[in-house]
Design a protein around this ligand. Structure first.
Ligand SMILES: [Zn+2]
Length: 172
């Protein structure tokens, strides 16, 4: 940053302050409406506090930027228990050793339209994930549009064997 002209540095600081403020608003609004339109089914955990700190910060910026772009993005699921992951795997709608169980994956959907968010929503979400260096499931053959994770598919094996501290470093 020190090599940037002073005005650019100030703009960058102003932008990150604005994004941080939006993140607070996005979280406040998702909390406020949780009880009504976004009832959380049993077993589904939306608590960003169970994600690694670095991954959480990036997810908060994605939510803030989606809101700033006029998209009603909300977290559907964050951390997932190994029991729930095993159940989903048995149904064929997930994998047992999901990155969700490590606290380094999140699913974001539209508050109003849920999984029928439409191509513009998914395109914007993919852009914002990737801007934060988050791997977007929308690029996979499975087309998992809501899904974003902190490591690449090639790194998943390493992530599964990693300690919590190592995971935090991998997703810092
Ligand atoms: Zn997911």
């Amino acid at each position: 940053m020190s090599s940037l002209p002073r005005r650019d540095a100030m703009n960058a600081a102003a932008t990150s302050a604005a994004v941080a403020a939006l993140a607070v608003l996005a979280l406040a609004s998702s909390r406020g409406e949780e009880g009504s339109t976004m009832r959380t089914p049993r077993g589904i955990d939306r608590d960003l506090g169970k994600l690694t700190p670095g991954f959480r910060r990036r997810v908060e910026r994605v939510l803030a930027r989606m809101q700033a772009r006029g998209f009603d993005a909300v977290v559907w699921e964050a951390w997932r228990s190994p029991e729930r992951a095993a159940k989903l795997a048995a149904k064929g709608t997930g994998i047992a050793l999901s990155m969700h169980t490590l606290g380094i994956a999140v699913d974001i959907i539209s508050r109003k339209n849920r999984w029928d968010a439409g191509p513009e929503f998914w395109q914007a979400l993919g852009e914002e994930y990737e801007r934060e260096g988050i791997v977007w499931g929308g690029r996979w053959r499975s087309g998992d549009n809501p899904h974003g994770q902190g490591v690449t598919v090639a790194q998943q094996g390493i992530a599964r064997a990693a300690t919590r501290e190592q995971l935090e470093m991998m997703t810092a």
